[in-house]
Design a protein around this ligand. Structure first.
Ligand code: NAI
Length: 661
């Protein structure tokens, strides 16, 4: 066969004896396939070779497939985005890629995408430019448009092609939520044309699809009817209302622009194509998108720092089946581990198992997966499983002598090499480790409440903790799909230390007569996920008060927080705190405040948080500025679109300086 491309680095290209061209994506030096500049240029060469081969009758079809374990194409290469700093540069790169995808769309021979692993963002847009899409049903295969999470929407004509393939409801929902879809769900929508059982059957199915000249039928007529007015306008209105329930347009404009695009041009694919680029470009160049890309990179940074080799934990033993211990054990099980759960009080274990079951039902895909998860979570009141565990986590009462006694016993029982960890939130690690024969072994694993929702775990390095134990603890945190942040052992570690002054500022404002709804609304206006008073009610006012006192931050004079605790009003768990709680929700008084007032108050509330973030960095609680920002975003939900407390403060200073100049 005369069609060859010997000099490719990211792709492997061959034409077989049946004249089927195979473009195998295997990005050099990376475990995942991303569409970087070189990979895209090489794909251009492949398309050219296929165009020429097809004209000469030497190629009868093209299959795009990946050689990676878990990635078809995970999207565009975000690391390269930073070079695109002006709208003009962005428009140029987008145009080149659009042209390439259009050439794939127009190839005179059938083009098949054979998908195993992540097929996301630009990867899915490329697949949609092919004639036929086959995915395997394996657990690692996921499809989706995560662009909104980066402050943009699909910009390689994916908006138009997704609607053509799946119809407006399914396609827009997928693009607006950024949700990752299992192959079966993607097939039901029409984003995928065919499913095969495993990756090993993909090639065979792709070959057959080429030989049969398969072409995706696109969305059925009844779905396409929804593109016509007035239905489209009504759909857009519904989408806007649903999106506004989750995010504010002023903070996250991308989904709202996507709805505008659909509403204006949904029934005119040609016009929608050009409008997509016109609306995509300013979003991509915006500060919001830059900050959200920063957040993505910070999460990658934390993942990359954990060692990938050596320690492979499988079994976890958790002692203390209360709020934290029960949920930590359940989370480990959801992530595929076996967990045993110990408590002095067997009733606590029972309650934890019931909570775990409802988590499994929410998180796992079918009955069988739920049943096997239930079997992997073992009630172990007497601690028989300690000796088999790779990781032992203590989450019992916050009392030094009780924890010390427990660890002295554990030290004798655990197997060599197992991680010995405490979830303490306020005790010194060095003090807990003092009576141990080998104090270097103890490490902190500080989870956040609610465990299933907050992605961060602080890995606490005590003065005596051995480096190897810190590394193993990080490997464990990554293995359970959380982000590890190494912190120095000190009061409040990073997250509580930075969060507490903000909470106490809110209490002080309340003490001074600011209405509680106004305080919470102001925090939302700044971009926090929840108001500070509501958050304290959720965490428990006793705990919030304890942290405030521990860090010496409790307000002077009549402290309303301490007063509520004294009255036994501890927040959500007792039904009343700053708010009265009914059916799991705080009762609010509907009140309207001026946006300018809320903006000012919101900014003032976070000021002590920004100050404390700077002090924590100066004290070396974490390694770098990026680690402070990562910890505060992933541990507290600090307004991601602002890029983190320190990043935000720099930007603010820069713009003040620029305004003064
Ligand atoms: P909790 O009071 O809900 O649960 C503690 C459990 O430990 C109880 O079920 C109790 O029966 C059991 N227990 C007490 N002594 C024991 C012993 N010697 N052996 C076995 N079981 C024993 O407490 P929570 O809130 O789960 O806190 C546990 C630990 O996690 C504490 O160190 C706390 O500081 C820390 N933490 C708590 C957070 C929170 O938001 N509640 C957040 C992060 C850390």
């Amino acid at each position: 066969m005369s069609v060859t491309l010997p000099n490719l680095q990211d792709w492997n290209f061959t034409v077989d004896f049946e004249r089927i061209a195979w473009a195998v994506f295997d990005r050099k030096g990376e475990s995942m396939n991303a569409l970087g500049r070189r990979a895209t240029e090489e794909l251009g060469e492949i398309v050219k070779a296929v165009e020429e081969g097809a004209a000469k009758g030497e190629v009868r079809g093209l299959v795009l497939i990946s050689a990676k374990e878990r990635s078809f194409i995970s999207g565009a290469d975000i690391r390269e985005f930073e070079g695109f700093d002006t709208e003009a540069k962005i428009a140029e790169v987008v145009k080149q890629t659009l042209d390439l995808f259009d050439r794939i769309d127009r190839l005179p021979v059938p083009v098949v995408a054979a998908i195993h692993g992540y097929c996301l963002g630009g990867g899915l847009e490329l697949a949609l430019a092919c004639d036929w899409r086959i995915a395997d049903r394996e657990e690692d295969t996921r499809l989706g448009f995560p662009e909104v999470k980066l402050g943009i929407f699909p910009g390689l004509n994916g908006t138009v092609r997704a609607i053509e393939a799946a119809g407006p409801m399914d396609a827009m929902t997928a693009m607006l939520t950024g949700r990752m879809l299992r192959p079966t769900a993607a097939k039901a929508m029409g984003l995928i044309d065919q499913l095969v059982p495993t990756r090993h059957t993909l090639r065979w199915a792709a070959r057959k699809a080429v030989l049969r000249n398969r072409k995706s039928p696109g969305a059925p007529w009844w779905k396409r009817l929804m593109l016509k007015q007035p239905v489209r306008g009504l759909l857009a209105k519904q989408m806007r209302a649903k999106t506004a329930e989750k995010v504010r347009e002023e903070h996250y404009p991308a989904p709202f622009r996507l709805i505008d695009l659909f509403e204006r041009y949904g029934d005119d694919p040609q016009r929608m194509r050009t409008a997509e680029t016109e609306m995509f470009t300013p979003l991509m160049a915006s500060e919001t998108s830059r900050n959200l890309r920063r957040v993505f990179k910070l999460s990658e940074m934390l993942k990359d720092e954990a060692p990938k080799d050596g320690f492979k934990p499988r079994k976890v033993h958790v002692i203390g089946a209360g709020t934290m211990g029960g949920d930590i054990a359940a989370w480990c099980v959801v992530q595929g581990m076996q967990a045993s759960l110990q408590d002095l009080d067997e009733a606590q274990i029972g309650k934890a198992l019931t909570r775990a079951k409802s988590l499994f039902k929410r998180r796992l895909r079918n009955e069988l997966a739920v049943e096997t998860a239930i079997a992997r979570l073992i009630a172990d009141p007497s601690g028989k499983h300690v000796k088999h565990a790779d990781v032992v986590i203590e989450a019992i009462v916050e009392k030094l002598d009780v924890k010390q006694t427990l660890f002295q016993k554990l030290e004798r029982e655990v197997k060599p090499g197992a991680v010995l960890a405490t979830n303490t939130s306020s005790l010194r690690l060095e003090d807990i480790a003092k009576p141990l024969a080998d104090p270097g072994r103890l490490v902190g694993l500080h989870f956040f409440n609610p465990v299933a929702q907050l992605p961060l775990v602080e890995v606490v390095r005590g003065e005596t903790t051995r480096e190897d134990e810190v590394r193993k603890a990080c490997a464990f945190v990554t293995a359970i799909n959380k982000l590890p942040l190494i912190v120095k052992s000190c009061s409040g570690f990073l997250v509580n230390r930075v969060l507490a002054p903000y909470m106490m500022e809110a209490v002080r404002r309340f003490q001074q007569g600011e209405p509680r709804d106004k305080i919470d609304q102001a925090a939302l206006k700044f971009g926090m996920p929840m108001g500070p008073l509501e958050l304290m009610d959720m965490v428990g006012l006793d705990i919030a008060n304890h942290v405030g006192e521990e860090l010496g931050l409790a307000p002077e004079g009549d402290n309303p927080l301490a007063a509520l605790v004294k009255q036994g009003k501890l927040g959500k768990k007792t039904g009343e705190g700053f708010y009265v709680w009914e059916q799991g929700k705080p009762k609010r008084k509907p009140a309207e405040y001026s946006q300018a007032q809320l903006e000012r108050l919101g900014r003032e509330l976070v000021e002590p948080m920004l100050d404390e973030a700077e002090r924590a960095l100066a004290d070396g609680v974490v390694a770098t500025e990026d680690h402070v920002d990562a910890g505060v975003i992933f541990g507290t939900g600090f307004a991601p679109f602002r890029g983190g407390p320190l990043h935000y403060r720099h930007k603010e200073r820069e713009s003040t300086a620029a305004a003064a100049a």
